[in-house]
Each structure stands twice: as structure tokens, then as C-alpha cells.
Design a protein around this ligand. Structure first.
Ligand SMILES: *Cc1c(COP(=O)(O)O)cnc(C)c1O
Length: 379
């Protein structure tokens, strides 16, 4: 049987080992160290923000951001429904209550009109959310102008989950720079990886310094271990930061490669009835972290689930579009604001599929994926 074709495997460039060796040679095998500081500087520069904090995961960054925004038990917050649970689990674990915002069809990200509905509702009831959590899905930015404008008009801070959108632009500006706090993830399946890790980003250096303090067990300035509050053990190791530095240099190439993968799928399958690709609005330059499409069962002659099974039997990994949070058992009963009366994110889940999208996907392997899809479609 053919070697497995993965959805989004790591893609090393070769220079990572040089950075790791540097750490070994200097005996900087520790959390913190020169690679960590350099990686923070390089990520801040990439995003065009003042401050960055390297952490053990993107989820850790969301946890710290929720503390910095003062999200506590009993507070409410708005969150994009179409996402991975890591976006909001830290806020919910703090006791805050989510209200979910639908996607809009042109970007698959947060619908400005549904967000307006949610704010109108909140204003009527006199309970403003503590934060709005936006997500840049599959490498594509939200409609930042609209969304940030609405949030600013209510004075509510934005947390930007840019875990999937490192390297993607909104109107020429890097994602990861739009939130009061933003974060990247360097998990193994993301566009660049440190095996596991995350980066908190903000122009508010004072808050980032507070996050730095909390991320290393909240040690008071004293010669002994003294604590006036509770912190976390969330720092990134010097070795992993070395991997990240080498990977970050390759980011522009990785974005180009993912976009090329998307382009080949779109070219090969355009004109197939019932297949539509995730659109790219004119203000967006997606990194195409994952190539995502919808399959309309009425015209395609197959379903996303059948396609997934067909690929699986050929040892090809694919995955449904995220199951929206308003449909998750754990959030049963949560408020949900639809896009102009339609459940857009629910529809994307029902018919959506992500196909192998790695920057190291070979043309031959991609051809194999395409031929399975073609075989399953109505002739
Ligand atoms: C991967 C991911 C995260 C979490 O990042 P980790 O580094 O794995 O904790 C958060 N949000 C989204 C949308 C993601 O895809």
C-alpha cells in the first residue's frame, strides 16, 4: 500500500539542527535562553508588534490573554463558532460564558452582521461581553476592518486566534497583529512548527511582561522563592525556540508552497459540479494552511463523508471542517447568533472537507488525492 499522505505534516528545512546544536554546545538545554529571546524578537518583528512571549502552546497563550483581559467567572464573551476548542477552552475554564457568532460565507470567518446582532442583544440586556475572540480559519484572516470597528465602538477588547494564520495577510498587514492580544501556534500540524509551542503577541508591552511573570510561576523579586499570586509553567524551551527560528525564516516559502497546493486542487477540480473551494475575499491573502472545500450532495453525486472514506481507504488523510462550537455537546444551550438567519458554520461543517495541504506534498501525491476525488464525483 502507498505511504500515507498526511493532511499537514511537519516540513523541516535542514537548518533547524544547526540551531539545536548551538543550544546543545552552549548547554542551553533549559526553558528560556538566547534562542527564546531571539525567537520572540523575530516573531514580534514579523507581526509588526512591540512585544512577544514564547510559550509551550497556543492554548497557553489564550489562557494568559484571558487573564490579561480580566476574563473571570460569570463574565460573558463572544467567540467565533467555527473553530477548534482550544480557542476558547481556557476562557470557559475560568468560568466565563461564551456566546457564539456564526461565519459569513465570503471568508468562512466571523460574520460582522451576526456580531452586530450579538452586541445589540447585549446592549439591550445591559451586559457587555468582556472580550470578543476572533479566529483566522485555515490560514485566512477575518474581515478585520468591520469586526475591529464594531468591537471598538463598544470598547470591547479583541483576542485574535492566529494559530492557523501565521503568514496570512489582511489588507497587506500580517495576521497576529490585530488583537489587543493575538497568538500563534507552532504545533506539529501548523504552517511552521517547534514540535509544540505558541507565541503571545501585543503592542501592550506592560501586559506582555505581566504574562511573562505569570508564565514562569509568578516569582516575586526576592532572593528566595516568594509568591504573592499563582502562576503557570508555560515557557518554551531554548531547544524548541531554536527549531522555531529556523522554521520562521522559511515562512514565506511555506506560504507560497501551500498556496500552490491550493492552486493545483482548484485548477484540477474547477468545473466539477457541486465542489466549491474556501473563497478568498479581496482584502485577504490566505496562507492556505489547509485547502478546504465544500461538497454539495445534490449536485456532486457524493458527500464529504463518502469522499473522506474513499481517501482513507487509499491511505490519504482528510478531515471534516471544524464542528462548530454551538453544536458541541459541551456547549449545549449556549447562545448562538446566525448570519442573516442562516446557520452558515453548521452548513460548512455538514459539507466541508480539508484535504492534504502540506508544503512538502509532492505533485505525484497530490495527483493521487485528486484522482480519488475525481473518481468519486458524478461523471
Ligand atoms: C492549533 C490551534 C490552537 C491551539 O494551539 P496549540 O499550540 O495546539 O495549543 C488554537 N486555535 C486554533 C484555531 C488552532 O488551530
Amino acid at each position: 500500500m502507498r505511504k500515507r499522505i498526511y493532511l499537514s505534516p511537519p516540513h523541516l528545512g535542514g537548518e533547524e539542527i544547526t540551531y539545536v546544536k548551538e543550544a546543545f554546545d552552549a548547554n542551553w538545554v533549559a526553558p528560556l535562553g538566547p534562542h527564546v529571546e531571539a525567537f520572540e524578537r523575530e516573531c514580534a518583528k514579523h507581526a509588526g508588534v512591540r512585544s512577544a512571549l514564547a510559550l509551550s502552546s497556543g492554548t497557553a497563550a489564550a489562557e494568559l490573554a484571558s487573564i490579561l483581559m480580566g476574563v473571570n467567572g460569570g463574565d460573558t464573551f463572544f467567540c467565533s463558532s467555527l473553530t477548534f476548542i482550544a480557542t476558547l477552552a481556557p476562557l470557559v475554564r475560568r468560568g466565563a460564558v461564551p456566546a457564539f457568532i456564526d461565519s459569513e460565507p465570503s471568508s468562512w470567518n466571523m460574520s460582522p452582521s451576526a456580531l452586530r446582532d450579538a452586541f445589540n442583544d447585549a446592549a439591550e440586556r445591559g451586559v457587555m461581553p468582556k472580550a470578543v475572540v476572533i479566529v483566522n480559519l485555515y490560514g485566512q484572516s477575518c474581515d478585520m476592518d468591520e469586526i475591529l470597528g464594531i468591537c471598538a465602538s463598544y470598547g470591547v477588547p479583541v483576542l485574535e486566534d492566529a494559530a492557523e494564520s501565521l503568514g496570512a495577510l489582511c489588507k497587506g498587514r500580517q495576521t497576529g497583529s490585530f488583537g489587543r492580544f493575538s497568538f500563534y501556534s507552532f504545533n506539529g500540524n501548523k504552517i511552521i512548527t517547534t514540535a509544540g509551542g505558541g507565541m503571545l503577541l501585543s503592542d501592550d508591552d506592560e501586559s506582555v511582561e505581566r504574562a511573562r511573570f505569570l508564565s514562569a510561576q509568578a516569582r516575586d523579586k526576592a532572593p528566595w522563592y516568594q509568591h504573592s499570586e499563582l502562576g503557570f509553567n508555560f515557557r518554551m524551551s531554548n531547544i524548541l525556540a531554536g527549531i522555531g527560528r529556523a522554521q520562521l525564516k522559511l515562512l514565506p516559502e511555506r506560504v507560497d508552497a501551500r498556496r500552490a497546493v491550493f492552486g493545483r486542487y482548484a485548477y484540477a477540480l474547477s468545473g466539477s459540479p457541486g465542489i466549491e473551494f474556501m473563497p478568498e475575499p479581496d482584502w485577504s491573502r490566505s496562507s492556505r494552511w489547509l485547502t478546504a472545500m465544500t461538497i454539495d450532495p445534490a449536485t456532486a453525486g457524493t458527500t464529504s463523508m463518502k469522499l473522506m472514506e474513499a481517501m482513507s481507504s487509499e491511505n490519504i488523510e482528510s478531515r471534516p471542517v471544524w464542528k462548530p462550537m454551538h453544536l458541541q455537546p459541551v456547549f449545549e444551550g449556549a447562545k448562538y447568533y446566525k448570519h442573516e438567519g442562516r446557520d452558515v458554520s453548521g452548513g460548512l461543517f455538514e459539507n466541508g472537507l480539508c484535504v492534504p495541504s502540506g508544503s512538502n506534498l509532492t505533485p505525484e501525491d497530490q495527483e493521487a488525492v485528486i484522482s480519488v476525488i475525481r473518481r468519486e464525483l458524478r461523471p
